[in-house]
Design a binder for this molecule. Structure first.
Ligand code: PLP
Length: 399
């Protein structure tokens, strides 16, 4: 008799479902496969190339034999370069290099969270935060930060969300998907609350630091006294258009970095040697592209915000960083499509725009704040103009 072995997912793996962003990308791809010219504004990656000098450094590193395992914590020169450009005083020993900022987050949470522990996350939030926290069998505590708060967590809302089980406050500034950025004073107000709750640690995801249209403040500089319970997360993906190289880092107190390094040691080990050489060149070479690209993103932001606000039913606050617009579509909810379907949710509206206007966008519910959608403007201006025209025409056709 044969015994068929049945596949069974672990409880941990069962917590992970197909993300809304993947669902939309797949639907867009299916339409494209039918020959339909879908414009996709769903992805969060710069459309610029990796700078030439960075690619050259990777090439030279590979030719010079930098192709072996690297120390789990990262190469010494890259950790030193990260420490040198951090904007505050830190030892290279307090830096961990990982395979993208995403791995820094999962290292941090796997190293610190037990079942039932809570992580406070202002909503809207980047979708992976909830997946990583659930994967660690901990509890995401979303705090709604609607448009009238500027999508920013207030001291009062933070105070109300803290319990005995809170392990982390996870703050993302500039933020995905809102584009909102905390000022120094706003960070200081949050720090004031945290001082009253010494069991709460702070994870500041600052991956969009260099895509900012107002002065950026690192949380560690706003509250240096919290450094012994703060992890700063950053990387080269967004600033230097290096998403595929997979290099990010965490800067934090030695015991945390040590625990995270131990976790990483049993998953990927040290990050890719050639990518670390490339990231070193990105941090130590010319930084001229940061300003020119930031200026380009600002022009696109202005185009997109004006275009969205000109559409009856949409309201788009002006983002101060990152490359996302997060307009409210509350004004179109309740309207009917030409085919007679009533739009009941942000997801209905996004489905309508995908199928009728051939524009792929991500509904706000994926980010924990329904009634909105996210448009990434890391795309060519001609595509953005055409996309806005399509969204405008399709929205005007609603009754
Ligand atoms: C807020 C935020 N943090 C982290 C990341 C991941 O960056 P990395 O490519 O370094 O893993 C992203 C990517 O979209 C992001 O939006």
């Amino acid at each position: 008799m044969t015994h068929l072995s049945e596949f069974r997912r672990s409880r941990r793996a069962s917590a992970l479902s197909l993300s809304e962003i993947v669902r939309i990308s797949e639907a867009a791809r299916a339409l494209q496969a039918q020959g339909k010219p879908v414009l996709t504004f769903g992805t969060g990656e710069p459309d610029f190339p990796t700078p030439d000098h960075v690619i050259e450094a990777a090439h030279q590193a590979a030719l010079a034999g930098q192709t072996s395992y690297t120390p789990t914590q990262g190469t010494a020169p890259l950790r030193q370069a990260v420490a040198d450009q951090a904007g505050f005083t830190v030892e290279a020993s307090d830096v961990l290099i990982s395979t993208g900022a995403k791995q820094v987050l999962s290292n941090a949470f796997l190293a610190t969270l037990d079942p039932g522990d809570e992580v406070i996350v202002p909503a809207p939030y980047w979708t992976s935060y909830s997946d990583i926290i659930e994967f660690c069998e901990a509890k995401l505590v979303p705090v709604a930060c609607p448009a009238d708060t500027g999508f920013l967590l207030t001291a009062k809302a933070l105070e109300a969300a803290i319990t005995d089980k809170t392990r982390w406050l996870l703050l993302n500034s500039p933020g995905n998907p809102s584009g909102a950025m905390y000022s120094e004073q706003q960070l200081q107000a949050l720090a004031e609350v945290l001082r009253r709750h010494p069991h709460v640690w702070v994870l500041a995801d600052e991956i969009y630091q260099h895509i900012a249209y107002a002065p950026f403040t690192c949380f560690r500089n706003a509250a240096p006294d919290l450094a012994d319970r703060m992890l700063i997360v950053n990387g080269v993906s967004k600033a230097h258009a290096m998403t595929g190289w997979r290099i990010g880092w965490g800067i934090g107190p030695a015991p945390l970095i040590k625990a995270m390094t131990a976790i990483q040691g049993q998953s990927t080990s040290g990050a890719c040697s050639v990518s670390q050489a490339a990231a070193l060149a990105a941090l130590t070479g010319s930084q001229d592209h940061l300003k020119t690209r930031n200026d380009e993103f600002r022009d696109r932001r202005d185009l997109v915000v004006a275009g969205l606000n000109a559409i009856d039913g949409l309201t788009c606050p002006e983002p101060t960083g990152a490359f996302y617009a997060f307009p409210s579509c509350a004004g179109v909810i309740g309207r009917s499509t030409p085919a007679g379907k009533v739009l009941e949710t942000d997801a209905d509206y996004c489905d309508y725009l995908l199928n009728e206007a051939l524009v792929a966008l991500v509904p706000g519910r994926a980010f924990g704040l329904p009634g909105h959608f996210r448009l990434s403007y890391a795309y060519a201006e001609t595509d953005l103009r055409e996309g806005l025209r399509r969204i405008s025409d399709a929205t005007a056709a609603l009754k």
